[in-house]
Design a protein around this ligand. Structure first.
Ligand code: ADE
Length: 225
């Protein structure tokens, strides 16, 4: 998979893809990520990418021209499966969207700032608008990292033990069961006996029951969806 991320703050991504699972995915050539500075597509000497909004009102708007010039330039190299805009009024991101994105070959993500981007770019060039939650970030960059992380770890081969990603919370609309590691007894706080029993069937049944109970308690909405 190749991901292009268009931003006015490339520095915000420093280190984001250089650790742990994402680093391994990049090193194994399972994904390549390219940061593009939108200002490189500005058309004036100040490298402006935003301007006042028509009709008045507080807040600047990201102008359509640099956005289109940037997209058209990058499209000469690649055909994108999705042209994504990170915005708080987009479709709420979830595991199912992460699964779908993980199957794509080429993605481009646009990170918004200020009051947002010119509506004409949204209507005519963006194919998918994604929000990572009902709160407003200073810009789309942290959201782009979240979306990339969730999708990249699902690319086959990124996580050694593929069943590990498949048993993540939300993957089957259930929250993950609790997990424990050594020691089996820490200051009287004991690991449930069943996990020490070696009885695989009982362990599987226990984990499923825990997952269902946790989901009922913490996220009942998942059970009704
Ligand atoms: N940009 C600002 N806030 C955002 C959010 N919640 N999700 C995605 N992009 C955003």
């Amino acid at each position: 998979m190749h991901i292009d991320i268009v931003t006015i703050h490339p520095g915000l991504f420093a280190g984001a893809f250089e650790h742990s699972i994402l680093k391994r995915a990049v090193q194994a050539n399972l994904v390549s990520i390219n940061l593009i500075n939108l200002r490189d597509y500005a058309t004036d000497k100040h490298r402006s990418v935003d301007d006042y909004q028509y009709g008045g009102g507080a807040g600047m708007v990201m102008m359509i021209e640099p956005l289109v010039l940037c997209l058209e330039d990058l499209q000469q190299k690649r055909k994108y499966d999705e042209v994504i805009y990170l915005t708080p009024d987009g479709e709420l991101f979830n595991q199912s969207m992460a699964n779908q994105l993980s199957l794509k070959s080429n993605l481009i993500l646009f990170c918004g700032h200020y009051k947002g981007i010119d509506e004409r770019f949204r209507q005519h060039f963006i194919t998918k608008e994604i929000s990572i939650g009902d709160y407003v970030l200073s810009g789309g960059e942290p959201a782009a990292v979240v979306v990339c992380d969730a999708a990249i770890r699902l690319i086959p081969g990124v996580i050694n033990d593929e069943t590990s990603a498949l048993s993540d919370s939300f993957q089957d609309d259930l929250i993950s069961p609790p997990v424990y590691s050594r020691p089996a007894d820490f200051r009287g706080m004991k690991v449930p006996d069943v996990l020490l029993s070696g009885h695989e069937q009982n362990i599987t049944a226990w984990r499923y029951e825990q997952a269902v109970n946790r989901t009922k308690k913490r996220r009942p909405d998942l059970l009704n969806s």
